[in-house]
Design a protein around this ligand. Structure first.
Ligand SMILES: [Zn+2]
Length: 486
């Protein structure tokens, strides 16, 4: 390492032994700059000094731009081994120290104790002794393509997606927007044309009244709101079989049922979506449909914690929200919610509380209700899924962590999940929420090589998910973002 201290930080290029360079006054900055593979082409490190030194100086003089950080990477074609890591693989197993993860292309080929198996000839070794590895994080509630001509213009969306990836997020569930744009991002993310989490998205279906909402006009620009396969108005006359088939054609993973549908339509739409192998996502309640009815209709994921409280009579719910002197602790430990949570557990219905968005919006009372409901649901065996409803900033300028890290802290501190429970909510459970549990969500042979290398143990303190050192998505290796903790 520059000015001494080589070692772990050079896990990037294990075959190269960088020699001391005497730029001591700039040591910190140089160390930071040099450490990040993104900005320094690998070829530079095999050319000899002083040529290498001059070349590196030239590169250091180049302005630091998000461009270099967000340049898309490809998976190596050969074997790559991450060695010496403490692996929490997401399967429910304990953390295993001294573990090697062997990948080839976009897949994990083997996971074993360091040295217990010979590495295939030509394997590139990336030593990460003492570092921690968890499966790639999945934010199960984002919107990256709602307002494509404005807030979600492609340049902003790409920045937001890149920061999410470099912050450890390897997949995200988009909960409705302009599917024409989202499908394009999904494609670019999947093939590696942009540095981005992989995306799963929904075709949104709502009652006709919803399509006076200006957001639907943004997401349907160029077409009549409510008329598109990716965002459709439905009522009792809709040919659901045709509508689901068209939704599938957009590349959607699910139908998101929304706003003012009748209980009968929720049942019928869910059944048809499932018949054609789409998932069904929804808010935990609608104006005419209670959480228990949503569950019994077969909806796969119920979003927004406070909406679970809609199992209460409206007057009781309103009092609970308005009278902040009423304690929430234990408020949902009642037969009503025991019945609901037992049914959710029995059916495998997932609950996605989105604590972050309530806390961030200044709706702390709703956030506190969501947390208390999550605590109870979790205790009753309901599968909890982590989602933010706000992936992270797409603004120019300073880098920020994706918001999922805060959601994880809230799940632990406010909703009483264990650190392992919060990690499962953002990995294995979230993978199940997008129907991708056979592909991602755990670090196991055969699955996609999606994982995060952390400096510190997230099981000891959930805040340590923020210590992102490297991110691997589909076998492509990225350095953790520039302002992330080191
Ligand atoms: Zn949302």
């Amino acid at each position: 390492m520059l000015g001494g201290g080589a070692g772990e930080a050079m896990g990037e290029w294990s075959s190269v032994k960088p020699k001391r360079i005497w730029l001591w006054p700039f040591r910190g900055w140089l160390k930071w700059r040099y450490r990040h593979a993104v900005a320094l082409p690998q070829e530079l490190l095999v050319i000899r000094r002083p040529a290498r030194f001059v070349a590196i100086l030239l590169l250091l003089a180049a302005p630091l731009s998000a461009q270099s950080w967000c340049a898309p990477h490809r998976a190596d074609t050969g074997f790559v081994a991450f060695t010496g890591v403490s692996l929490w693989d997401g399967t429910g197993a304990e953390t295993r120290r001294g573990t090697t993860i062997l990948i080839k292309g976009e897949r994990i080929t083997a996971v074993f104790k360091d040295g217990s198996q010979a590495l295939p000839a030509g394997t590139a070794v990336r030593p990460f002794t003492g570092k921690y590895v968890i499966p790639g994080l999945i934010d199960a509630h984002v919107h990256v393509g709602s307002d494509v001509s404005g807030e979600d213009a492609r340049v902003r969306a790409d920045r937001r997606l890149c920061r999410a990836l470099l912050g450890g997020i390897t997949a995200a569930r988009d909960m409705a927007g302009d599917t024409r744009a989202i499908a394009s991002m999904q494609r670019d993310a999947k093939v590696g044309d942009i540095a981005s989490p992989d995306l799963y998205f929904a075709s949104l279906w709502a009652g006709p009244a919803f399509f006076s909402d200006p957001r639907t006009a943004q997401a349907s620009a160029g077409e009549a709101p409510g008329s598109m396969p990716g965002m459709r108005a439905i009522d009792s006359t809709t040919d659901l079989r045709q509508a689901v088939a068209e939704a599938r054609g957009t590349g959607a993973t699910a139908i998101k049922l929304y706003a003012a549908l009748s209980p009968e339509l929720v049942v019928a739409a869910t059944a048809e979506a499932h018949r054609q192998r789409l998932l069904v996502w929804a808010h935990a309640s609608m104006a005419q449909v209670s959480p228990l009815q949503m569950t019994r209709a077969g909806v796969d994921v119920l979003s927004h914690g406070p909406r679970v409280a809609r199992e209460l009579p409206a007057a009781v719910y309103d009092t609970l929200v308005k009278d902040t002197t009423l304690s929430l602790r234990g408020r949902f430990d009642t037969p009503t919610f025991d019945t609901l949570f037992a049914e959710m557990r029995r059916r495998g219905t997932m609950m996605e509380p989105t604590l972050f968005i309530y806390m961030m919006d200044g709706r702390e009372r709703l956030g506190a209700m969501a947390a208390e409901l999550t605590r109870r649901a979790n205790a009753r065996g309901v599968m909890i899924v982590a989602g933010t409803d706000s992936l992270g900033s797409g603004d120019e300028g300073a880098w920020t962590l994706p918001n999922l890290h805060e959601e994880l802290r809230l799940l632990v501190r406010e909703a009483g999940l264990s650190t392992a429970g919060a990690l499962a909510a953002s990995t294995r459970n979230a993978a199940r929420a997008v129907g991708a549990e056979s592909e991602r969500g755990t670090v196991e042979p055969g699955k996609l090589a999606d994982f995060v290398v952390l400096d510190a143990d997230p099981l000891a303190d959930i805040s340590n998910t923020a210590t992102v050192r490297q991110v691997v998505k589909r076998g492509a290796v990225y350095a953790g973002g520039p302002t992330l903790p080191r």
